[in-house]
Design a protein around this ligand. Structure first.
Ligand code: IVH
Length: 670
């Protein structure tokens, strides 16, 4: 199918808007920077060829936005632009020549720097003291994150020396060093929280936390690379940055002054590999014309300075042979194809397996037996297969086909309606599904039974000691001691953990049951609405659908689950064991805190995670107060989608923080 230029322009605009949102707002990009840049370039080209489809709101006309509610917004003194970029050394050389020509053959010095892969920041200093720190935002205005930035030890709050201008701005990048990033993700994995894909997202997410103490604990760092102001000490970038270093700023040692294209090329060749030794992530190099007078002469395009260019490193890629494709079976029966590879070194780690996600992705890649596959990491932690080297394909190699039967229990697979996924329907007879559910049941956010992890769950199953979740409550210390690695002490601790799990509360039990499509949030919502498992089991799918956020798919799934006699029997056993299967008044009281004591809230708009009434209840349960209209006494406006414009204006005028639901839930520790 081919698109008309107009269709293609509209398509690219909507895709780029979506990816911008994923990147800047969700901190969860779906595509690589390179893919994004290529789409952007294509759109720029098409728009240039077809000025008749011009749109002032096209993504080519802006730099992207990271503005979030909950911070005061501040206008930048000088707009924060992005940089033109390229992946080719030839284009960098061409840029050097172009600038020399534009400067009528004057001598041009170039400063080469690392392109740090974090989140941009603008710092304002007055009389040698840090007065404000602002994120890039939409380029025109950003979020005031001064309190958070003050926790970064490498940013001086008071400058050394005395030759700094009375007032100036310095820009740089807030980064999360690899070590801190690994520590943070290890903590998050332990708490079963979603991992950050790369240090850039981790840095961007951290600087927007509402609690500076939490920011301080995450080990951010900052490199500075751009000085702006009226009375800078020197007429060139390089000397100004050396001055900034003397004042106490962290200016990278990689910064190099160069006078020829050969030096520029050597700089690229050196850092293409040497960057792997750096303690922080970099995604390229930046070249800048050194003389400020020449910078002024070259000026800016709408989006970026003509006096600078970014050279981006290619994502790290390796070519390795496919050994075989295996098919993993998850707790809910989903089948995931996984490429098992000849081990290959990629960005410092050995890669042996890479997910192929689902049948559609596998088919699109068109993988054949023994193929040589490209594996990429590009700053991400989970490797992915990006392509096949066709020239290396063995003649007669057969395509790898998706399995038709469960690789473990042999049941014919069924396709999930409306999804690219296949599942094994043998829920109660397929070992990896059963073990997966056992593991899920004992997890921290579910029944939180200490001492049982993936291996113990599998061993208990293999030993015939636990076949379904109710069996945990019949375990004795002597049973556990039959397993390798368990002594009396550790076995008794597990039994204590099992005992304690009986009172984790109905909400968690409901999530722990592994009912398809009933995730943590849905389980909470249902538990709070229906109050007990007995009430829930008595409901028809139609009645279930009347619960907020429960659609047909979830309603049918719940009804199916409880229709099974085995499940009902299992639940009776949980009940007899003393597991809490209802919300009682005491438990309600337990949810009460003083976290919002003395704080007054106004709620406005439509929310995604809870209803307005639930938010009102949450505010009260945590000691806060709800009021209907905004006044000087209001502490926060909790805003959903489509907040009323009058409220927005009033809150902004009074400087009252406007917070979104995620921020609010974080405030009450959810
Ligand atoms: S100079 C007007 N230098 O890359 C030019 N930027 O795509 C100002 N970045 O927004 C930017 N390292 O967040 C410059 N050595 C460096 C950089 C750098 C990283 C980031 C910065 C900027 C983005 C441009």
């Amino acid at each position: 199918m081919t698109m008309s230029p107009k269709e293609e322009i509209l398509y690219l605009r909507s895709e780029l808007n979506r990816h911008n949102h994923n990147y800047y707002v969700n901190n969860a990009p779906e595509i690589s920077d390179r893919e994004f840049d290529e789409m952007m370039k294509k759109l720029e080209r098409l728009e240039a060829e077809h000025p008749e489809y011009d749109d002032p709101l096209s993504p080519t006309r802006r730099v992207g936005s990271d503005l979030s509610r909950g911070f005061k917004q501040v206008a930048h003194i000088y707009p924060m632009l992005s940089l033109g970029n390229t992946y080719s050394i030839e284009e960098v050389d061409a840029w050097v020549k172009r600038t020399s020509t534009a400067l009528a053959g004057q001598d041009v010095s170039i400063v080469g720097e690392m392109k740090f892969d974090g989140t941009g920041i603008s710092l304002i200093y007055e009389h040698g003291r840090l007065v404000r720190a602002v994120t890039r935002g939409d380029g025109e205005k950003g979020d005031d994150v001064t309190e958070n930035v003050k926790t970064i030890r490498s940013i001086p709050l008071q400058l050394s020396g005395d030759d700094w201008p009375e007032m100036f701005e310095i820009r740089g990048e807030i980064v999360m060093p690899w070590k801190a990033f690994e520590r943070l993700n290890a903590d998050r994995a332990f708490n079963e929280e979603p991992l950050f894909a790369n240090p850039r997202n981790a840095a961007a997410g951290t600087i927007k936390l509402l609690n500076p103490a939490e920011v301080a604990a995450r080990g951010l760092d900052a490199y500075l690379y751009y000085l702006l102001g009226e009375n800078l000490p020197f007429d060139n970038h390089y000397d100004n940055m050396l001055a900034a270093r003397r004042w106490g700023f962290k200016v990278s040692d990689a910064m190099t002054l160069m006078t020829s294209i050969d030096q520029v090329d050597a700089f690229i060749n050196k850092w293409d590999t040497a960057r792997k030794e750096l303690p922080v992530a970099t995604d390229g190099l930046v070249f800048k014309v050194n003389s400020l007078r020449q910078q002024l002469n070259l000026g800016f395009t709408a989006k970026s300075p003509r006096w600078a260019i970014a050279y981006k490193f290619a994502a790290e890629r390796a070519l390795t042979r496919l050994r075989f494709v295996s098919f993993d079976v998850g707790r809910l029966g989903y089948i995931t194809p996984v490429a098992n590879l000849d081990p290959v070194l990629l960005s410092g780690t050995v890669v042996k397996r890479a997910s192929l996600h689902n049948e559609d992705i596998m088919t699109t890649l068109d993988i054949h037996e023994d193929d040589m596959l490209y594996v990429e990491k590009g700053g991400e932690i989970i490797p992915k297969i990006t392509g096949v080297e066709l020239s290396e394909r063995e003649p007669g190699a057969k395509p790898v086909v998706f399995v038709s039967h469960c690789p473990v229990c042999g049941s014919p697979l069924v396709r999930v309606e409306g999804e690219a996924a296949w599942i094994c329907p043998n829920k109660d007879g397929c070992p990896p599904q059963i073990i997966g559910r056992l593991e899920h049941f004992v997890g921290r956010r579910m029944m939180n039974i200490d001492g049982i992890g993936e291996e113990t769950a599998a061993a208990l199953y293999a030993a015939g000691l636990v076949r379904n979740i109710a069996d945990f409550y019949d375990l004795k210390a002597s049973d556990l001691m039959k397993l390798e690695g368990f002594g009396r002490r550790s076995a008794e601790r597990v039994i204590e953990g099992i005992e304690a799990s009986k009172s984790v509360g109905f909400e968690r039990v409901l999530y722990a049951l592994s009912i398809p499509f009933v995730g943590e949030t849905t389980a909470k919502k249902i538990a709070r609405t229906v109050k007990s498992l007995d009430n829930l089991m008595a409901m028809t799918p139609e009645q279930l659908e009347s619960i907020e956020d429960v659609g047909k798919k979830i309603a049918v799934s719940i009804a199916d689950y409880f229709a099974s006699p085995e499940k009902r029997e299992m639940i009776e056993r949980l009940r007899r064991a003393g597991v809490t299967l209802a919300i009682d008044e005491d438990e309600d009281a337990e949810g009460k805190t003083d976290l919002l004591a003395g704080k007054t809230f106004v709620i406005s708009g439509v929310f995604a995670r809870h209803s307005r009434d639930e938010y009102k209840a949450l505010i009260e349960r945590n000691g806060g107060k709800n009021v209907g209209s905004i006044s000087k006494k209001t502490d926060y406006v909790l805003a959903g989608e489509n907040m009323g414009p009058a409220k927005l204006e009033k809150a902004t005028a009074l400087g009252i923080p406007i917070i979104d639901e995620d921020t609010f839930l974080a405030m009450i520790g959810q």
